[in-house]
Design a protein around this ligand. Structure first.
Ligand code: COA
Length: 332
């Protein structure tokens, strides 16, 4: 039998640069409360959110991704033509096909990079980092761009009490490339499809059959998701620490999906994180941006000086599916 030649890549991979795009329009709680009979106080107490950003017409999934990616490329010192693969995590690119990734790869000026979207909802960015890490080490890409991007305001019903105050818009991106030392720890990922219906959009065909002229908006069983995330995700985060050979005492930063500050608090308590660990709180003025939330929160921590080059950061993201993924990374 003829043996095929195979390739191997770099010994290790790492995140080399981080970028983010925050839409211009700041939306305070006061702007969303009337339609859901709520209050600024209730929203802050239950979620931590004070303001969020909603994209305007010209701030599209593609344009926000391109802006975030340009920042990540500049931070990494990498030219777009060096990127071999663009992975986009999103649930709010509203075309069934083609992917957002091919348009983003073209706008960025990559040299016909491989490009595709992944559907793992809020956990999509951490899935993308895991894929990129494996690609660089397997030799299928020299450099990869991983983007998390959402325009959730397009698919959020402003009159739905369970979601209207939570979801928001934005983009975050990282460049992943070869490294002398391990910069991305083993991923711990999985899915819990028993709860497939906990966060979802309706089937378009049901909307058409109902005769209503409306977007298929997100619905969420908030209580159930809250309990699942608060109790289950700390275990996943602990496994990611264990697999990277890091203890909570050795960790510098905790960057969980910005779903709800109370979920973040519950995880930090379960993990027994010491006070020295800096915890991402981007949700306060970014809301829950699903796939974009982890890279946006990481970029904020780097900009604020809370995450320094060489620090270890525990990333964990979870959401619709229910799907989850976590890994420890070294801050570029
Ligand atoms: C959405 C969420 C903040 C709701 O908080 P909660 O404490 O579970 O709220 P509940 O649905 O139990 O309702 C508690 C009370 O607040 C009221 N309430 C619900 N939504 C409200 C709102 N938007 N404003 C004001 N009051 C509200 C309810 O009517 C209820 O009142 P009652 O006690 O008089 O019956 C919370 O469930 C949550 O964060 N879930 C996880 C969401 C998440 O992380 N999603 C992202 C995963 S990707």
């Amino acid at each position: 039998m003829t043996a095929l030649r195979t390739e191997t890549g770099a010994a290790h991979a790492a995140i080399l640069g981080v970028g983010a795009y925050r839409p211009r329009r700041v939306v305070p709680n006061a702007e969303v409360v009337d339609a859901i009979d709520s209050s600024d106080e209730w929203i802050q107490q239950r979620s931590g959110i004070k303001t969020r950003r909603f994209a305007e017409d010209d701030e599209t999934v593609v344009s926000m991704s391109v802006d975030a990616s340009r920042d990540a490329l500049a931070a990494a010192g990498i030219d777009a033509r060096q990127i071999d693969c663009v992975i986009v995590a999103t649930v709010s690119h509203l075309l069934q096909t083609p992917s957002a990734a091919t348009a983003i790869a073209y706008e960025l000026g990559t040299d016909q990079a491989a490009a595709f979207d992944i559907s793992a909802a809020c956990a999509g960015f951490c899935h993308g980092v895991a894929l990129a890490n494996d690609m660089i080490r397997a030799g299928s890409a020299g450099y990869a761009l991983v983007i998390g991007v959402e325009r959730l305001s397009d698919i959020t019903d402003p009159t739905d009490r369970g979601t209207a105050f939570i979801f928001a818009d934005g983009a975050g991106a990282v460049v992943v490339g070869p490294s002398e030392t391990p910069g991305i720890g083993p991923v711990v990922w999985g899915s819990d499809g028993e709860h497939y219906d906990h966060i979802r959009t309706p089937d378009w065909r049901d909307i058409l059959a109902s005769g209503e002229k409306k977007m298929p908006c997100l619905s969420m069983k908030g209580n159930e998701v809250f309990r699942w995330a608060s109790y289950g995700m700390a275990k996943v985060a602990q496994q990611a620490l264990d697999r990277a050979g890091i203890t909570a005492d050795e960790l510098d930063c905790f960057v969980p999906h910005q779903a709800n500050n109370r979920i973040t608090d519950a995880m930090a308590r379960s993990l027994k994180l010491p006070d020295t660990v800096k915890i991402a709180r981007d949700i306060i003025d970014a809301g829950n941006t699903s796939a974009a939330s982890v890279p946006m929160a990481l970029q904020r921590m780097i900009d604020d000086g809370d995450a320094k080059s060489g620090d270890t950061a525990l990333l964990i993201a979870f959401g619709a599916g229910l799907a989850y993924a976590a890994q420890v990374v070294v801050v570029p």
